[in-house]
Each structure stands twice: as C-alpha cells, then as structure tokens.
Design a protein around this ligand. Structure first.
Ligand code: MLT
Length: 324
C-alpha cells in the first residue's frame, strides 16, 4: 500500500515537473487559435487581434484556424477536446461559451466545466442591418413590413446559438414574428448574401457590417442598445425606437481547455492584458465599435464570473423568447 502511494506520489511529481518545464518554456512552438466562425466576420477579426497580441508578447506564432459550423459549437468542441497544454486556445463568445446549452441538449461540452477563462477581449453592440433596397428604414417601418409580409422575409445568421441568431431571436420575439432563418458558417458569408440581395437582414455585432454601412451598400435600422454608437451617430437605438427587449452586446473572450497548467493560464492572461492596454489595440477595437472595458473586468477570474452571471441572466430570457 505504502509502495503504491509512493509510486503514485512520484508519478504526480513527475507530471508536475513536466508541466513546470512546459509552462516555463511555453510557448515553444506555434499555437493554434481556434475561431469557431468563418473568416472575415466579428469573431475572426477579434480572434486575429488576439492572435497578434499573443504573438508579439509571447514571441511565438499564434495562428488562427477558422472552424465554422453549428453556431460555433463545432470549433468549440474541437478546442474543448484539445490537449490542455496551451497549444490550442479558443477565441469564443457569449454564444459558444455561455448560451450554447440553451440550443443544444447534447452539446458535447460544458462551457463552465470544460474551459478555463483567460480574458475578456471585447464587447460590441449588435445592429439590425438590412439589404440596401429593403423596404424599411427604421424599426417602426421594419415592424410594419415584417408583420405584413412574414412569408417574404429571409434572415441570415451564423447558426443556431450564434450571437447573430440570438440577437434576431430577441428581435423576433419582441415583435412577435417568425421569419425564415437561414444558417451560414459566420456573418461574413451572411453579409455577402445580403449584398447580393439573397438575404433581407441580419443582427450582427457592429464591426461585422460597419464598413459596408458606411459605404452605403447595406443599411442599419437600429443599434440594439441604450446608447447610440459613436461610429454610427445617425442610427437610432432600439430603446429610442420603443423596442428595449432588442438589446444585446455579446462578449468575445479567450479560453483554454480545462486542465491547462496554471502557469500557462497566467502567461496567456498576462500577455492578453498587456496587449489590451496598448493604445494602438484600444484604438483598433474602438474603431471597430467595441465598448471600452475597464481592466478589472478583463482577467481570468472576472471573466469566469462574468460567463456565469451572463448565463444566469440570459438563459431565462432566451428560453422565453424561443418558446414564443
Ligand atoms: C461571426 O463572426 O461570424 C459572428 O460573430 C458569429 C455569430 O454571429 O455568433
């Protein structure tokens, strides 16, 4: 018995020793940053900012891999099942890392148990954006048109449980409509479909459509927030237009598989925090429509608690919206 205990203790010390050495040398090779949506959309743009921060602060290549599908859950499952050694990390969001269980009874991962939080990267309010020639220019006209023509409406989204899906779910349940929802692997392909007139509208974090709105190729009908976006000062909010239930600013954040050595978690969290404090990074995020996040909300502990509180806050709202 004593011999077994001694052997087990020796094995644990050996593993701890290996982990210690691995953590000290980390990162010794290229790290994969899984972005669970298509290239070119909000998740991808944010994931690439994160990868660049890590590359510069940790002196190793961090390479984005886009693994789209099933509302971001395909890529998130891949990250959850990766070796917890710091060489596969996830740039996920409110949908993949908090609310996905509301939509998938057999999800294949538990956002709270299977991931370790590294840090909050950004929060962006969502917009209701329509194709250029859509016959409505504000929420009031949108509601009137949608109610009169429910069978004609096509909504693009990034899959069940994605934040674009969740945003429009809130919108639809507040108005009492059930249009045809068309899934894509991300909102970048939704935008392309909207530009070519195949899709009528979408609900997407501001950075997804900003440049096309500014170029006049699509139009924003509402900001799903209390405050207007300084980048789109002429676009009224959902609150101003009498639809406060349409209010969503999803978070984007970095996670690693549960069981990743604490020293690696600390290195990643420290690098992310340093990068997010850089003036150039803050400017880039602000230019993309991100709201500023005070430092105390960004680290692993704060993010872990935020994921739990957002899950508790939004699950009942979503379930009620889905039931309608
Ligand atoms: C994207 O990057 O495609 C979107 O942020 C995904 C989503 O709607 O959840």
């Amino acid at each position: 018995m004593a011999r077994h205990l001694a052997a087990a203790a020796a094995a644990m010390m050996a593993i701890a020793g290996i982990n210690g050495v691995q953590a000290q040398d980390y990162p010794a090779r290229t790290v994969t940053v899984i972005v669970p949506f298509a290239a070119g959309g909000p998740a991808d743009i944010t994931g690439r900012i994160v990868a660049d921060i890590f590359s510069r602060h940790l002196g190793q290549k961090f390479v984005v891999e886009n693994v789209g599908g099933a509302g971001g859950t395909t890529g998130t499952i891949r990250a959850a099942r990766a070796a917890p050694d710091g060489y596969t990390i996830l740039s996920g969001h409110l949908g993949t890392n908090a609310l996905a269980p509301a939509f998938y009874p057999n999800l294949g991962y538990d956002p709270l148990k299977d991931f370790e939080a590294i840090g909050l990267t950004a929060e962006y309010p969502e917009l209701l954006v329509a194709r250029k020639d859509f016959p409505a220019n504000n929420l009031k006209e949108f509601i009137a048109y949608a109610k009169a023509n429910p069978e004609k409406l096509n909504v693009g989204h990034a899959g069940l449980g994605s934040v674009s899906y969740i945003g429009c779910l809130l919108l639809h349940s507040a108005i009492g409509i059930k249009p045809t929802m068309i899934p894509f692997t991300g909102t970048a392909p939704v935008l392309n479909a909207m530009l070519s007139g195949q899709v009528d509208y979408e609900c997407d974090p501001v950075l997804g459509t900003l440049s096309q709105i500014q170029a006049g190729n699509v139009k924003a009908l509402a900001v799903a927030a209390k405050k207007r976006s300084p980048l789109l000062p002429d676009v009224p909010t959902s609150h101003e237009q009498g639809l406060p239930e349409f209010d969503i600013a999803p978070f984007y954040a970095v996670f690693v598989p549960a069981g990743t050595p604490q020293a690696i978690v600390d290195k990643l969290a420290d690098a992310l925090s340093k990068g997010l404090n850089e003036e150039a990074v803050q400017k880039r995020l602000a230019d993309l429509g991100a709201e500023s996040i005070e430092q105390g909300r960004r680290g692993p502990k704060a993010l872990g608690e935020f994921v739990k509180s957002e899950t508790a806050r939004l699950m009942p709202i979503l379930k009620a919206a889905a039931a309608k």
